[in-house]
Write a protein that binds this ligand. Structure first.
Ligand SMILES: [Zn+2]
Length: 678
């Protein structure tokens, strides 16, 4: 998750605040809305009443009895609708300035309060966490309904659906885009108890998956063999998957370990896993025969009662209850895709399935088979053998980075030089460097952007007393990429409401583009053979896996909406059925086996439903940008592209590269890599 942690705060705020009042539906009748639009059109002699109608409907949807009677709503609209374009622009500038002030200061307060939690220069006390968890910015949107500012915005700068944004994308001026982005602030007014219920469902799933450990030291087969050290415990699914990955390098029994973990995963998915062995090392378990032993004797054990699927259902019911409050994004699928990612679920499926059907999957699969010297197994979706052995000795790299960066201040001072190495001229490099602060982090680090001009982006990185080792440096360069994006897309974007990137996958793309150039920044020409080609295939293979998982996630949620009364057992059957269908369509041609359920193992499906596509889009965007950057001046293009701010993802990509958002560059890269390795 680390990869996508950052830059989310603004959008979470946009979509997650509701109404304190008990009466939670609009008290404005449809007839009254039409009548009001007619009245206002006539009195104001407006030729084109589209915008007016849109604004009145939008404001009516947000209005509640507690805000006033129908007559008061009508009076409010008549008084506050702005017909003069000059006045409209003036009001836009004022609102935009004030939202920057509000969200910017909240961001600063949060950042400062969290310093004792995040930075290793503070002595720690539990009270730091209490302050760190305090959400200072959580009420302003509610307050703006009370003081009616939200209605002034909704009435004059109404929200557009994703379809409308895409239809207008090419024709809108920057000003029209900026107005539309202001419309995105107040899109729905969801009762707070429903938001709390959705939060509780998600938190419940978090607890469930965070406690789902398998004591693999107690796994056994029918001959009584052990496979792991007795005290080894792995969290599902992340640690289980990573154990499969790690064993590609293990020539002594690695395959047997992978096989038994795969067997465990299948029992988790089918919920045949004995309840007793979850989070419990008191028993021996043979996942092949699904037999539990206590003190060497076989005992009866009941399977886990579909709790996994109950968790998904809990999230479904809690989020479905919110649907009626969104006139446009009236399903959780739409809110996650049209809303959060601004790529529809349909467009996502199209991009991913085009990729999944490509002949490159078969070709890369054959290469892996050859490298492994055996037939592919379903768990080879996590094949980890494309990691290029760097020509560099890592201890030498450690010595170099420790020498360069003994502390955070040394890295901060060096940021402009790093940008010069990427091709920036001195002045611009200095300016960007001046807007990024480096802080010594407790954890592995992160990038935290400013939220108003005047604020710096923060690069939080872990530096040991001996100085920064190479691994830390590599991650710091990733975060530096985020910081550069954050700075350009805050300071250089023409309107504050347009600041940022289309969605979280776009900032990841630039972070990875920077990270990939880490050797260049150390003045090392790392020409280890085949490094690039292997790296491309590694990313290709992980995209192949994650796109399938994402498609499964979407199809399960579509099934839920088609079968809203389903119980956990029915959802379990459906999920396994859909997982097999996705497998049979996109993986069985490569693997030569049918009906595998493995794609359903991801824990994200429980606690972050419909989030997984972000990872796949990260790969897609990175390759599309890299292909575009080839042979061009890096700084000119990066500045130009990230100055665009928050267009819709597809329009952003069209203006960045001349092409629609597409996985073709990723396929092309794989093709080239296959050629190179021949
Ligand atoms: Zn990142």
């Amino acid at each position: 998750m680390r990869k996508f942690l950052i830059l989310f705060s603004a959008w979470l705020v946009l979509s997650s605040f509701g109404d304190k009042q008990g009466s939670d539906v609009s008290n404005i009748e449809t007839n009254a809305i039409s009548q009001l639009i007619n009245d206002m059109t006539n009195t104001n002699a407006i030729e084109d009443n589209t915008l007016l109608a849109k604004g009145v409907k939008h404001a009516a949807n947000l209005w509640r009895e507690s805000d006033g009677t129908e007559a008061q709503f009508e009076a409010f609209c008549k008084k506050n609708y702005i017909t003069d374009p000059v006045e409209r622009e003036m009001v836009f500038q004022k609102v935009s300035r004030n939202i920057e002030i509000i969200t910017g200061h909240f961001n600063k307060i949060t950042l400062d309060l969290l310093e004792p939690v995040h930075l290793n220069i503070f002595e720690q006390h539990p009270i730091d966490n209490a302050f760190g968890a305090y959400s200072v910015g959580s009420h302003w949107m509610n307050d703006f309904y009370q003081n009616k500012i939200a209605f002034m915005i909704a009435l004059n700068f109404p929200a557009y659906s994703l379809e409308e944004k895409e239809a207008n994308a090419k024709d809108w001026s920057r000003k029209e885009w900026a107005y539309a982005r202001l419309g995105d602030y107040f899109t729905a007014r969801v009762p707070s108890e429903l938001l709390q219920a959705a939060g509780a469902a998600s938190a419940g799933s978090d607890v469930y998956i965070m406690d789902y450990n398998i004591h693999v030291g107690h796994l056994t087969d029918k001959k009584g063999n052990r496979f792991f050290p007795e005290d080894k415990v792995l969290l599902s699914h992340w640690n289980l998957r990573d154990e499969i990955k790690a064993n590609y390098a293990n020539k002594n029994g690695g395959l047997e370990k992978q096989k038994i973990i795969y067997q465990v995963m299948q029992r988790i998915i089918s919920q045949e896993i004995p309840e007793k062995v979850i989070n419990n090392g008191g028993f021996e378990w043979d996942p092949y025969a699904n037999q539990v032993y206590q003190n060497g004797k076989a005992i009866d054990a009941t399977p886990e009662p579909n709790e996994r699927y109950q968790q998904i259902l809990n999230n479904f019911h809690a989020n479905k209850a919110i649907d009626p409050y969104y006139p446009d994004q009236n399903t959780f699928i739409k809110r996650q895709y049209d809303g959060a990612k601004e790529i529809s679920a349909e467009a996502t499926e199209k991009i991913f399935t085009d990729f999944l059907r490509s002949e490159e999957t078969v070709k890369v699969g054959k290469l892996i088979k050859k490298r492994l010297g055996r037939k592919l197994q379903p768990f080879d979706i996590w094949y980890d053998g494309f990691k290029a052995r760097s020509g560099m000795d890592e201890s030498k790299l450690d010595a170099q980075t420790r020498g360069l960066y003994p502390n955070a201040a040394a890295l901060e001072a060096d940021l402009p030089n790093l940008l010069v190495k990427l091709g920036y001229d001195k002045e611009r490099a200095q300016w960007l460097g001046d807007h990024i602060a480096v802080d010594p982090a407790r954890g592995s680090g992160h990038a935290w952007g400013g939220a108003a001009k005047g604020q710096k982006a923060h690069l939080r990185t872990r530096i040991s007393p001996k100085g920064m080792d190479y691994k830390g440096y590599n991650i710091a360069i990733h975060e530096f990429g985020h910081n550069v994006e954050q700075t350009i897309s805050l300071y250089d974007v023409d309107n504050f409401t347009m600041n940022g990137v289309p969605n979280t996958a776009f900032t990841e793309a630039l972070a990875f583009i920077f990270q990939k150039r880490d050797m260049l920044l150390l003045d090392i020409n790392d020409d280890s053979p085949q490094k690039d080609a292997l790296k491309k295939l590694d990313l290709f293979w992980s995209a192949y896996e994650i796109m399938g998982v994402s498609v499964l996630d979407i199809r399960v949620w579509k099934w839920l909406y088609a079968n809203p009364e389903a119980d956990a057992a029915q959802l379990s059957d459906a999920t396994m059925q859909i997982a097999k269908e996705v497998w049979n369509e996109f993986y069985s041609p490569v693997y030569g086996v049918k009906d595998q359920t493995i794609l359903a193992i991801y824990s994200h499906m429980l606690n972050s439903p419909l989030y997984l596509s972000n990872y796949a889009f990260g790969n897609v965007i990175e390759f599309q940008l890299e292909q575009h950057l080839k042979g061009k001046t890096f700084p000119t293009e990066v500045d130009r592209i990230f100055k665009q701010g928050r267009l819709t993802p597809n329009q952003w990509m069209v203006e960045a590269t001349g092409n629609d958002l597409s996985a073709q560059p990723l396929l092309k890269a794989a093709k080239e890599a296959l050629e190179e390795l021949k």
